[in-house]
Design a protein around this ligand. Structure first.
Ligand code: ADP
Ligand code: MG
Length: 271
């Protein structure tokens, strides 16, 4: 039963696209950092066994004693698993390669698609007063990604501005529809964000035009440019916002965070 005195939980957003290398992790890290910079309290859940979001935010392997795996499969309390990052207001739930076996292990558990949902609704999450939880999904439509979609209110889709970008989307949309029908009726699409955009490249412009024609308002106005500072930042274990705060990449992620916050504020007023 819901407790009316309990604060409303954070808004949970899954960053998903079954294609690898399209900018999921980069978007999860930098959108999280940009939201934190704008005063939001953020938890970034690394749900990819590769642990790139954890590494990119400077969580060393030896500091991942407890990880997303323990949260999902060992009933670890949230407080034991999440840790503050070097960015004020940004917390991380780190991942290790343990997670790669989780998909198999999940198949044999009864509530297999609800594990992350339940973990993120532990009472002790309230104490952190998170505004947003961002989930960095693996590059597949596996049970892990389904767990993210069942836990989330919405899915944010990074779309790399390259040939065939839109083809992969229909499979993703199908999975979202299945999750809606089975486990999470209210799952929304947060939006589609074009990544690695190159204004000088006709192909980028073509993908943008196609995406806007097909998906309309779902596509964010803000596009993330291809920017070398963005790709350098993870090797310094920093979001681009800290690594080179005035770079075009940093400015783009700030703009994306603002656009999303404005959309949410507008939706709230309309409600
Ligand atoms: P995914 O998580 O979808 O697999 P990543 O976020 O890891 O994708 O990005 C794939 C690669 O592309 C990484 O090396 C990353 O640094 C690089 N990259 C991502 N976005 C940009 C960008 N806007 N400009 C330049 N390089 C980028
Ligand atoms: Mg990734």
């Amino acid at each position: 039963m819901s407790d009316p005195t309990r604060p409303k939980g954070p808004r949970i957003i899954a960053v998903a696209n079954q294609k690898g290398g399209v900018g999921k992790t980069t978007t999860a890290i930098n959108l999280a950092a940009a939201l934190a910079e704008q005063g939001q309290r953020i938890l970034l859940v690394d749900l990819d066994p590769q642990g790139n979001a954890s590494t990119g935010l400077g969580v060393e392997l030896e500091d991942r004693k407890f990880s997303t795996y323990d949260l999902l499969l060992d009933d670890a309390p949230l407080g034991a698993v999440i840790q503050p990052s070097t960015i004020q207001g940004l917390w991380i739930c780190p991942a290790t390669t343990d997670l790669s076996s989780a998909d198999m292990e999940l198949v044999s558990t009864e509530k297999r698609s609800f594990l992350l949902h339940d973990a993120l609704r532990q009472i002790d999450i309230d104490a952190y007063e998170f505004d947003y939880v961002l989930i960095d999904c693996p590059p597949s439509l596996s049970l892990l990604t389904v767990n993210a979609m069942v836990a989330a209110q919405s899915v944010l889709v990074p779309l790399q501005a390259e040939f065939f970008a839109l083809e992969g989307l229909s499979q993703l949309m199908l999975t979202i529809r299945e999750v809606r029908q089975s486990a999470n009726r209210d799952l929304r699409i947060e939006g589609v964000v074009l990544t690695m955009y190159d204004v000088r490249n006709n192909l980028s412009q073509q993908v943008e035009a196609d995406a806007r024609a097909t998906l309309g308002e779902l596509v964010f106005r803000t596009m993330i440019p291809r920017n070398v500072r963005i790709s350098e930042a993870p090797s310094y274990a920093l979001p681009v916002l800290s690594y080179d705060t005035g770079s075009r990449g940093a400015e783009a992620y700030r703009a994306l965070a603002k656009e999303m916050l404005l959309r949410h504020a507008a939706a709230k007023q309309g409600a």
